[in-house]
Design a protein around this ligand. Structure first.
Ligand SMILES: [Zn+2]
Length: 372
């Protein structure tokens, strides 16, 4: 729009200059005609002296004309310079606008992820609906898709409830410490990793597998704005990490967690439609089971202290019946997660939980069930 008004401005300026130029030329022409008339009259009967005088006047008029043309040229030059400046300014404003639009997009994404968080917290506070309770009591089958939270009669721990500790987004500089703690406690957990190894240890993926933990696919780049743009993008990124993990560990993984979770509104926002409807069947077709969580340790938001993380898990375990799938983050800024880990383990042990890694079908923790 700016460019359009600038263009009209240049056109108007040009017309003004052109008209005054024509006007100037016309009056000069008329003056010349007048002089010619005089010269003609003088030729008829005038003297040599007045003829010379008229010629001098003519030369003077020509001089005036020339200087006028010079002025016009100067004015044109000034206008061209102004136009150039305007164009430059428009370019600057356009670049600024782009930055603001980007900021706006980021805020929009942040807003969605906060809304998602609120939804999740609200759904955790809400008691199970009648429908869910009925489905739970009628089945006793852990593979049924009607109960997203798993059941108390779940298997691995026999009569004992199981706590599945899950660590997202690693390997980070905390991974080694986390692995050391788990080893000391003789506990197996699950790591939903990306292709970005920030642990400083080349063989970290193998170490995770060799120590009996489950390695889950969390996409290679974890870049929301790219992976959720299309099914092809997502699957390309997921399979890239699958190949990478196979090279690293010599083994394949068949469990995954969607970045942001299976009910991610962020994914819908980026794709422009409910892409999970297509992604879930697609990853299942590729042999994967996917896991969300039923307890969020809260370490993904803000800078919680170890005690606050422990409190979140404690409260969560009082709310959830049956097995726990607990979300932690294995990223460089989450030092308090490492501090909280021994406390969380002690707390859950005291409550009678046993610990196990996730495998396909071990527990239902899906925020978004596969559509029938
Ligand atoms: Zn993640």
């Amino acid at each position: 729009m700016n460019r359009v008004s600038l263009n009209s401005l240049s056109v108007i300026l040009f017309i003004v200059v052109f008209v005054s130029f024509i006007g100037g030329s016309a009056s000069a022409f008329l003056r010349l005609q007048g002089i010619d008339g005089v010269i003609y009259a003088k030729e008829k009967g005038g003297s040599e002296t007045s003829r010379t005088q008229e010629l001098e006047e003519l030369v003077e008029v020509l001089g005036v004309l020339e200087s006028r043309i010079g002025e016009f040229e100067e004015q044109m030059g000034n206008i061209a310079m102004q136009v150039e400046k305007f164009e430059e300014r428009i370019g600057e404003l356009e670049a600024e606008l782009e930055v603001w639009q980007e900021k706006c997009n980021d805020l929009e994404l942040e807003k969605i992820s906060l809304e998602e968080k609120i939804d999740e917290l609200l759904s955790q506070r809400r008691p199970a609906s009648d429908e869910e309770q009925t489905a739970g009591s009628n089945q006793g089958n852990q593979n049924s898709q009607s109960n997203p939270w798993g059941t108390a009669e779940d298997k691995l721990g026999g009569s004992m409830p199981v706590a599945y500790l899950t660590f997202d987004d690693g390997p980070s500089k905390n991974t080694i410490e986390v692995l050391d703690i788990l080893k000391e406690e003789n506990i197996q957990a699950t790591f939903f990793v990306t292709g970005n190894n920030l642990s400083g240890e080349a063989g970290i993926y193998s170490r995770i597998v060799n120590e009996g933990h489950s390695l889950g696919n969390h996409t290679y780049t974890h870049d929301f704005t790219t992976i959720y743009r299309s099914v092809d993008n997502f699957m390309g990124d997921l399979l890239l990490l699958e190949d990478f993990l196979q090279d690293e560990t010599g083994m394949t993984t068949n469990i995954m967690r969607f970045p942001g979770g299976g009910s991610s509104k962020l994914a819908r926002k980026v794709a422009g439609y409910d892409i999970m409807d297509e992604l879930i069947p697609e990853i299942i077709k590729n042999g994967y089971d996917y896991f969300d969580w039923n307890i969020d340790s809260g370490d993904g938001t803000g800078n919680l202290t170890a005690v606050e993380i422990l409190e979140n898990v404690k409260k969560g375990s009082e709310r959830v019946t049956g097995d726990l799938v607990i979300l932690f983050h294995d990223s460089c800024s989450k030092g308090t997660t490492v501090e909280a880990l021994p406390l969380v383990i002690a707390e859950l042990r005291e409550k009678g939980y046993v610990f196990a890694p996730l495998n396909p079908g071990t527990v239902e923790a899906k925020h978004r069930k596969p559509s029938a």
